[in-house]
Design a binder for this molecule. Structure first.
Ligand code: ADP
Ligand code: ZN
Ligand code: ZN
Length: 743
């Protein structure tokens, strides 16, 4: 028998859309042990046989054409540890981890270079003297021209303001700017630039002085690095404890050593104030990515990074792939945010991928959050991350006062309104004082659930401990295991007839509030009102400009934005998100509530929060009210252990979708049988297949099957076997299969 030969798929041009075109070469035996995806190699190309550079994207034992005609790789480029090759290696890791194709992974990771399209950026400057401006400011304050006041203050301070930042982040409309320009107060200049020319750097050393607690954390991290500890670091620090301050300290250290930094921030938290703090400290080393940039603009930014013209990239998830030549640090702020999870193939998680990139490039990773994901905190507790904790706010600024209202008691006492008496009273007082109110409906997702308004109990799956979803025809279904049962007519626990799905949406709440407080100006923010392109920003700027007294919304309203005049936050039904059928419901609820409560009293005015709930004793709600992360974690991890959910165990999901329902049923059943067969030690727990929470999208039926196993490496092996099985069985051609690991 012939010796087994290996083949390498090689890309010779990664500069453009030609990524789809790979060429296969024979791997010389001498290279077999050495060759890795990402490596830069020299290969003969074309009929003339000229030698060109290429990147190995995949090594396989299956040849795509006859051996006789296949050419060999000439050599591995020793100096080929370029940024491209490191990103190709990252793509290879993503392909293995998330099960996409190599092309999809490459397209996600590599900067698609496009012809440089120059971008015209406008800048706002003061056109009057500082004294005149001060006078004008007083006038604006007297007349309550809040928008003008804000822009004037910003220009007086910054000297030069980016027009788009002013509009998007300061919430100033184009009309206001135009009027002020016509009045000769402002100058608006266009210039062709790449990025902000903000040169004002905070020279005042005072700004960089860390508190003792902050210094302890920063020193701890730096000492570990110097000692060669390359574990990721997790900073759990309550909101306002100065995590950002620490990031800047670490970044400073890295920059001084001539390396570069990527800072990930969820888009929604990427506020003007946030970015400004980094400009102040690091000046024009800093650049920002956000989703409003065009492809061309993104590619400009990446080009600057690659050429060493900027050193710090701030941005959402995709900024992780900034091609810095000497990456020295990746920071992920608000590490727990769901937006770090990509929803398109490859469905990568930015945290895991950052850690993989860090490993490939020898660069440390720092995570920060006030409410870390249970996954990350678990790693911190078990030693695979280094954990640092800060429980004090800077200058001990106070947290808002929290009142809890038991909605079951409200019902008992005859109040059937969605607004408790306590909350009604709070709103009334707030309106009298001309302060602002935010009402938060903690609703998420699609499927409704059943609960009892008298005793608060929720109808759950007896096998999975997640809520059952209400379907048509009076059925309730578990989306993990497929368990079905009929909707009861009375509460199985207390016998009350007041059971049903909680259906009130933001629209109904708006109607109720308007009826109850006819004098109040009410704004609503949800998927309906933000569908238009700038809808989101418009509503936020109107509220920031105090054009409304009450803002009603879903989770969109609780993140990132600081409204200094908000003194009351009402959480209408804190347990709503507890009842989504997801094992992380408790975690999401804790995070959302902690954030929502933290919205009140951001300015000088003291804040108050009213939390309404049917389950005042639930640990997620209790812990959020007392802002006690550790208490929440201890309870939550016990629950995960008991039921075998991540991070205590490993969970692997196989999502299938198909036009034909029957085909999908059969396919998923075959997968289940295959898994049973390969599981010889009987260590797997297979759950399902069951319909997904949304059982059909765009005519595609959707089912999911979960596999639990304590040992991750075993689970990965089984996944690989399954991938092979799917590849060779043509019966699966019409079924789209997507894998997710521990999500
Ligand atoms: P976090 O990121 O943990 O929410 P921040 O870094 O944003 O906290 O700090 C909260 C506020 O306290 C910010 O306005 C920041 O300027 C201020 N602050 C925190 N630490 C310091 C410090 N050492 N010196 C000056 N101001 C600080
Ligand atoms: Zn009941
Ligand atoms: Zn179940």
């Amino acid at each position: 028998m012939n010796k087994k030969r290996w083949f390498a798929d090689i890309i010779v041009d990664i500069s453009s859309e030609k990524l789809d075109r790979t060429f296969q070469y024979l791997v010389p035996e001498s290279m077999e042990n050495q060759l890795q995806p990402g490596m830069q190699v020299l290969v003969p190309f074309g009929n003339g046989g000229r030698t060109i550079k290429g990147y190995v994207i995949q090594i396989t034992d299956r040849s795509s054409f006859e051996l006789e005609r296949m050419k060999e790789i000439l050599q591995v480029e020793e100096a080929g540890n370029s940024i491209e090759s490191r990103l190709v290696a990252l793509a290879a890791w993503m392909r293995g981890q998330y099960g996409s194709t190599m092309i999809q992974a490459l397209k996600t990771v590599l900067p698609v270079k496009q012809k440089m399209k120059q971008k015209e950026e406008r800048w706002i400057m003061l056109n009057i003297t500082q004294e005149k401006a001060e006078e004008l400011l007083e006038l604006y304050k007297r007349k309550h021209y809040v928008a003008r006041q804000r822009i004037l203050e910003a220009v007086m301070e910054e000297k030069q303001l980016s027009y788009s930042l002013a509009v998007n982040k300061l919430h100033i409309t184009g009309n206001v700017l135009k009027t002020m320009e016509e009045q000769g107060i402002l100058k608006i200049r266009s210039q062709i630039v790449y990025r902000s020319p903000v040169q004002e750097v905070c020279q005042n050393e005072e700004c960089f002085h860390l508190t003792e607690e902050q210094q302890r954390v920063a020193d701890g991290i730096l000492e570990g690095w110097r000692a060669g500890d390359d574990r990721p670091c997790l900073i759990r620090g309550v909101t306002g404890s100065g995590k950002t301050q620490i990031y800047m300290e670490l970044m400073d250290d890295v920059l001084k050593r001539g390396k570069q930094v990527i800072l990930l921030i969820p888009e929604i938290a990427l506020t003007y104030q946030m970015v400004q703090r980094f400009y102040h400290r690091f000046g024009d080393k800093v650049s920002v990515l956000h989703s409003r940039l065009s492809q061309g603009e993104r590619s400009d930014q990446f080009d600057l990074a690659q050429k060493g013209k900027i050193q710090v990239m701030i941005g959402p998830r995709s900024a992780l792939f900034t091609p810095f030549p000497k990456l020295g640090l990746i920071v992920i702020d608000e590490e727990h945010e769901p937006s770090y999870q990509s929803e398109t193939t490859p469905c990568y998680h930015a945290r895991e991928t950052a850690i993989a990139r860090g490993r490939l490039e020898g660069c440390p990773v720092v995570l920060g959050s006030a409410t870390p994901s249970v996954d990350a905190y678990y790693c911190g507790k078990t030693g695979s991350y280094r954990l640092f904790e800060m429980d004090h706010r800077y200058e001990n600024r106070n947290l808002p006062k929290v009142d809890v209202v038991d909605l079951r008691e409200e019902l008992k006492e005859g109040n059937r309104s969605i607004l408790s008496r306590k909350l009604q009273e709070g709103i009334r007082i707030c309106l009298e004082k001309r302060e602002q109110v935010m009402l938060f409906l903690n609703r998420r997702g699609y499927a409704g659930f059943m609960s009892c308004r008298s005793c608060g109990s929720v109808m759950k799956c007896p096998h999975c401990d997640v809520s059952l979803s209400v379907h048509r025809h009076g059925k309730m279904v578990c989306h993990y295991c497929g368990y079905e049962t009929r909707q009861p007519e009375k509460c199985p626990r207390c016998g009350s007839p007041y059971i049903g799905g909680f259906r009130a949406g933001t629209q109904q709440i708006e109607d109720i509030v308007k009826k109850m407080f006819p004098q109040a100006r009410v704004l609503r923010m949800d998927l309906d009102t933000t569908r238009k392109k700038e809808g989101h920003a418009q509503i936020l700027s109107a509220f920031a400009n105090q054009e409304a007294d009450i803002l009603i919304g879903t989770q969109m309203i609780v993140k990132g934005h600081d409204f200094p005049h908000v003194t009351l936050v009402g959480i209408l039904a804190a347990d709503l998100s507890l009842n989504i059928s997801d094992y992380r419901a408790g975690e999401r609820t804790f995070q959302l509530l902690t954030q929502a409560v933290g919205r009140a009293g951001r300015g000088i005015l003291p804040g108050e929060a009213v939390v309404q709930t049917y389950q005042p004793d639930h640990y997620s709600i209790q812990a959020a009210i007392s802002q006690d992360y550790v208490r929440f974690y201890e309870e939550e991890i016990q629950y995960r252990r008991l039921l075998g959910y991540p991070p205590a165990s490993n969970l692997f999901a196989v999502h299938g979708s198909c036009i034909e329902e029957e085909l999908l049923d059969t396919g998923m059943e075959y997968i289940r049988r295959f898994l049973k067969k390969v599981d010889n030690g009987n260590h797997l727990r297979i759950i399902g297949p069951a319909y997904e929470p949304v059982s059909k999208i765009a005519d595609m039926y959707r089912k999911v099957l979960y596999v639990k196993h304590e040992d991750l490496s075993q689970l990965l092996k089984i996944k690989e076997k399954l991938e092979r099985y799917l590849e060779i069985n043509s019966g699966f051609n019409k079924i789209r299969i997507l894998f997710q690991l521990n999500q």
